[in-house]
Every structure is written in C-alpha cells, then in structure tokens.
Design a protein. Structure first.
Length: 152
C-alpha cells in the first residue's frame, strides 16, 4: 500500500490488539520542544466501538481530569472511528508516566458524579452524554490495564 501522510493510516488495524497505549510519534518544534503523540486504543478496530454518548462523556471527563495528573498535556481527542483517543503531551518522554496518568484519569471517571461542561453553553452537543456509558468504558479499559503495553 502507498505510504500515507497520516501515521494511523499506515498502521495495519487488523494486526493490533486493543486495548493498548502506543507512542505514535515525536515532533520537534523550532525551539526544541518535543510533542509526543499517543494512540490510546480502547476498542478493537473494526470489531468494537464506543457508543457516542459514552465516548462524548468520557472525552469531557478525561480532558478535564487528565490535567490534574500531568502538567504538560496539550490535547486528548477522540478518534472518529470511536475506538480510542489521541493524547498529545509536550516535553515528556515517559511512557510509564503516561500509563500511570491514564490509570488515574480513568479512576477519576469511575468516581465522577457529573460530566463536566455538559451544558449548551460549554458543549456543542450537550444532549448527547452518558455518565454511565463513560464509566462502563473506563471500567472495561482499567480491567485490561496489564495489556496496555502490548500493541500486537
């Protein structure tokens, strides 16, 4: 197959074994800052996916709470295929710290009583949330944390 510009388009999705946390790449800026991008795969590609309301809520919960555990988070964004998230951090190459931070953040999801910014002022689709769905996704991911290092 022709090499694509998007890293994940070059990944053979039939060979990976979710859940996993994979360093996708490192980009160095003109001033020497380094951005580390991770593929955090919750569901097996082309076999499973996160229901949209739960995915939307876990996105809000993780985006808000991950920054309580790691100072250098740039972004955590859901994949359009609904199987995972991309995490971008700056100037931190500790894979182990990413795993610990993800575990703490997912524990925060399990302990949450509300979805942050779940209203029409702060969210573009406020009616489409499920705290219980988010908790179920987090619970499933945490149950397999011993597998996060195994991509293939």
């Amino acid at each position: 197959m022709k090499k694509m510009n998007v890293e994940s388009f070059n990944l053979d999705h039939t060979k990976v074994k979710a859940p996993y946390v994979r360093l996708v790449g490192v980009t160095e800026g003109v001033n020497g800052d380094k951005v580390y991008k991770y593929d955090i795969r919750f569901k097996q590609p082309n076999k499973e996916y996160m229901e949209m309301a739960g995915l939307h809520s876990i996105e809000h919960l993780m985006a808000e709470n991950i920054r309580n555990h790691m100072d250098n988070v740039l972004d955590i964004s859901p994949m359009g295929c609904q199987t995972g998230f991309y995490l971008s951090i700056i100037n931190n190459d500790s894979y182990d710290e990413v795993l610990v931070t993800l575990e703490k953040t997912l524990q925060d999801v399990l302990e949450a009583s509300v979805v942050p910014a779940c209203n029409e002022v702060q969210c573009g689709w406020a009616a489409n949330h499920s705290l219980e769905g988010a908790k179920e996704i987090a619970k499933e991911m945490l149950a397999k944390k011993d597998e996060w290092r195994e991509v293939f």
